[in-house]
Design a protein around this ligand. Structure first.
Ligand SMILES: *Cc1c(COP(=O)(O)O)cnc(C)c1O
Length: 780
């Protein structure tokens, strides 16, 4: 591979004016990435050409939580061994270059990571699937802890240049907010390499720039600040990702962002459509399927009507084309996540678009009359109500399909949140259970388990067909299990080393690794695990010779910067960690670690090392979850509620191989009708003492009053039934500690989870979208 060596060396001279060997790791990473891109670009062009004239799917999403690309690109393009070997011969450590890449953190959590997994699956399945989003200059903030409090710092991930992004300035479009406000959208394309390298799709991310970069008149007149004002204002639009997950904030800038990327993307599609010679827009829906990832891109609906009218179509024809082109994915049942825009704010940003929403709403009113809907139910449908715009209603109405993301979630949508819509459109709401890509979450992040699987099955077909894992069942013997345990121990050791290096804490790989990693939200109930640990601490103190199983509890979570309760819970967990880890009576049995800056790259080390997957949301709140799937594939058992995709996980792997506890969704709703938190508080062993630790002087919150606020919210409301579910959670947790004493039996459960995880590949999910919503087919 001297060829690659020469190219790398040449690239270093070109792009850095230095010898490759003089560069630091970050620079070397960029040079390597650029050298690889030279190889990829011709294939990328071929790929684009092979889909010409065919129906294609477009995933519109405000978030793509891509993580790092180097290893993924090398693995998927199939040039693995050569590169590492070449670098080695050049005296360069591959792992250092790998670690030098900044995560593309263009998302908050599950929703953005799902979009990334979908793109990987689309390309791997040789489907024409492109992503459209925003090139945020700053991705999700970097998290630090100071005195146990979360502190946020900016994430300037593009500061060092990204080798994967190609700026296509010649395909820029102008986004027009009003007659007086226009912004240039400049596309930056990232290759999405399918496994095997046959298909390279595109993620097109828009960056905002001023239409006029520079006001010469102002400059000439000596008004220097003024001369770049327009540029600054325009660039603000793609500056930051809003760090809210599962909550909605009606911010003007957010509305600007949503319109920015949806308008730019539609203009891009229409321009290409016309450039290919099409004149009749009836053909549009036959060539395009556009998926709206939640309502964040829902402005595409009125915008498409507007653009089609500009092309000379009448409203009714335009609406019909829109309806046949778009489909909508709902991601949540939480009321606080539903997007509703104030009319006044909307008009201040998009004065010309409002009229199109009004006309869509009027059409809906005509339908409501025809359907014979009672006027007192109209508030369950109307897009415009009380001077507000309901984005979810618009998305259900103006698209051909609405899907939920797990069976339970879709059932709850049909039966509760949008039951009225379900009545008028019984076929419209359907299910597409989420999945994750096994290329990143198994092949790349757990090569040891991947090796075991490939050796045992005698082939690696599972890499593109995860259902093959079921064939491991016939090899479920002593030998395979012993090897599985060795793999798990190796991954736990790797994580322990990483934690030592990054958190300055030592953890014992012989202990249970019990892991709770996801965004910090009260409904996800990190607090319930915290209280269990406090209860366990109390019990160990009382009875140090109780034969306690060694356990390490690992948390990873970012809180939205303005989410007070979530930040309070982070502080509480850090205080518990501090007490537990420094108490000589206890720290030989349990340890508590809150890893800093949880993100995709940390996740890649955490999932493979887990023994226990914490999926303990209040039932009925977690739409699907995808973290639960990554754990399962990597052979962890789930301690969880019957929520989201947990239901399907235990359906596949068996309740007996997991630890299910707590109220189910129906029971939780019933319970909340008449709930007094004092009842479980008084009647559950260990609970009151654990809760009291928040206010009895055990812990200090630096006089913020945070711990009292957590305490009071539990005592007064306990919105998420933490106290109610505590008893059965405690039992499940104690059972895990008991079961771990028979290591073989315990790890057998974990392995059975891997064996039965085939359903949770995003390949399966994307095949369903392709066949049942998009009508797109593969081209090899
Ligand atoms: C998978 C993933 C998530 C989603 O986790 P859930 O447990 O499903 O909420 C969030 N963040 C990162 C970095 C992930 O990889």
């Amino acid at each position: 591979m001297t060829d690659l060596k020469i190219r790398i060396e040449r690239k270093a001279y070109q792009s850095h004016g230095q010898s490759f060997y003089e560069l630091n790791s970050k620079e070397q990473f960029i040079v390597l990435g650029k050298a690889l891109m030279e190889d990829l670009v011709p294939k990328w062009i071929d790929s684009r050409n092979k889909f010409k004239g065919k129906k294609q799917a477009y995933y519109f999403s405000a978030e793509f939580l891509m993580g790092r690309a180097l290893s993924n690109n090398i693995i998927n393009s199939g040039i693995d061994s050569n590169i590492k070997q070449t670098l080695e011969e050049m005296g360069v450590n591959y792992n250092e270059l790998e670690e030098a890449e900044d995560d593309a953190g263009l998302g908050n959590g599950g929703l953005g990571r799902l979009a990334a997994c979908f793109l990987d699956s689309g390309a791997t399945l040789n489907l024409p699937l492109s992503g459209y989003g925003i090139l945020y200059e700053y991705g999700i903030f970097k998290q630090y802890f100071i005195d146990g409090f979360q502190v946020e710092r900016r994430d300037p991930w593009l500061e060092n240049d990204s080798p994967w992004l190609i700026k296509n300035a010649n395909e820029s479009v102008i986004v027009e907010y009003s007659e007086s406000e226009k912004v240039r959208a400049v596309p930056h394309d990232m290759p999405i390499i399918g496994y095997g390298g046959d298909t390279i799709n595109t993620l097109r991310l828009w960056k905002a720039e001023a239409v006029e970069q520079f006001d010469f008149k102002a400059f000439d007149e000596g008004r220097y600040i003024e001369s770049v004002r327009e540029q600054n204002e325009a660039e603000t639009i793609s500056r930051i990702l809003y760090p809210n997950d599962s909550t909605y904030e009606g911010k003007q800038l957010r509305l600007r962002q949503q319109y920015f990327f949806t308008s730019a993307s539609l203009q891009d599609l229409i321009r290409k459509f016309k450039a290919e010679g099409y004149e009749d827009f009836e053909a549009f829906h036959k060539l395009h399927a556009i998926q709206l990832n939640d309502t964040h891109p829902a402005l595409a609906i009125p915008e498409m009507v507007r653009l089609l009218e500009k092309e000379g179509l009448e409203f009714e024809r335009a609406f019909n084309i829109v309806q046949k082109t778009f489909a909508y994915t709902n991601h949540t049942l939480l009321a606080e996540a539903l997007e509703v825009w104030d009319k006044k704010l909307f008009l201040s940003v998009l004065p010309n678009l409002y009229e199109f929403i009004e006309r869509i709403n009027n059409r809906l009113i005509d339908n409501l009359k025809v359907w014979g809907i009672d006027k007192d139910r109209w508030n369950k449908y109307l897009i415009l109500q009380n001077d507000q715009i309901h984005m979810a209603f618009m998305s259900i109405y103006a698209t051909k399909m609405t899907n939920g993301v797990a069976a339970l979630h879709t059932d709850l949508l049909r039966e509760t949140v949008i039951q009225d819509w379900h009545k008028v459109y019984p076929e419209r709401i359907n299910n597409k259970t989420n999945g994750v890509t096994q290329r990143r979450w198994l092949l790349h992040s757990n090569p040891q388990l991947s090796g075991l699987i490939t050796d045992t099955l005698g082939n690696d077909e599972w890499v593109t067909d995860l259902s093959q894992l079921k064939n491991l069942e016939q090899h479920l013997n002593e030998e395979t299990l012993a090897r599985f345990i060795d793999v798990k121990k190796a991954k736990k050791q790797e994580l322990a080393d990483y934690i030592q290096k990054h958190e300055y804490e030592s953890v014992d790989p012989a202990s249970i690794f019990d892991i709770h990693i996801k965004r910090l939200h009260e409904y996800k109930r990190q607090l319930m695990l915290a209280l269990y640990i406090q209860d366990l601490y109390n019990r160990i103190k009382e009875n140090p010779d109780g034969g306690w199983t060694k356990r390490t509890f690992i948390f990873g979570a970012k809180s939205a910067p303005g989410y007070y309760m979530a930040k309070a819970i982070i502080k509480f967990i850090n205080e518990i960690a501090n007490k537990v880890n420094t108490d000589g009576d206890v720290n030989s049995f349990i340890k508590v670690i809150f890893v800093t800056n949880y993100g995709v790259s940390y996740a890649e080390r955490l999932f493979p090392a887990a023994d226990v997957s914490e999926q303990i949301s209040m039932a009925g709140k977690e739409a699907s979850g995808t973290g639960n799937m990554k754990f399962m594939i990597n052979g962890a058992v789930t301690v969880g509620t019957m929520d989201g995709a947990n239901v399907e996980i235990v359906e596949e792997a068996g309740k007996e191989n997991n630890y299910i506890f707590g109220l189910d969704a129906a029971e939780a709703i019933e319970k909340k009708k008449d709930y007094n938190p004092a009842v479980p508080l008084e009647n559950t062993e260990g609970l009151k003492r654990a809760v009291d630790s928040l206010v009895d002087g055990t812990y200090h919150d630096n006089n913020t009053g945070m711990f009292k606020d957590i305490h009071d919210s539990l005592m007064n409301v306990d919105e998420y039934l933490v106290l109610e579910d505590f008893e059965s959670y405690r039992q499940a947790q104690d059972q895990i500690a008991q079961d771990f004493k028979d290591e073989k039996e315990f790890y057998k459960k974990g392995f059975i989870n891997t064996v039965n995880s085939g359903k949770f590949s995003s390949d399966r999910t994307i095949e369903e979208y392709a066949a049942e919503i998009w009508n797109v087919t593969p081209v090899k």
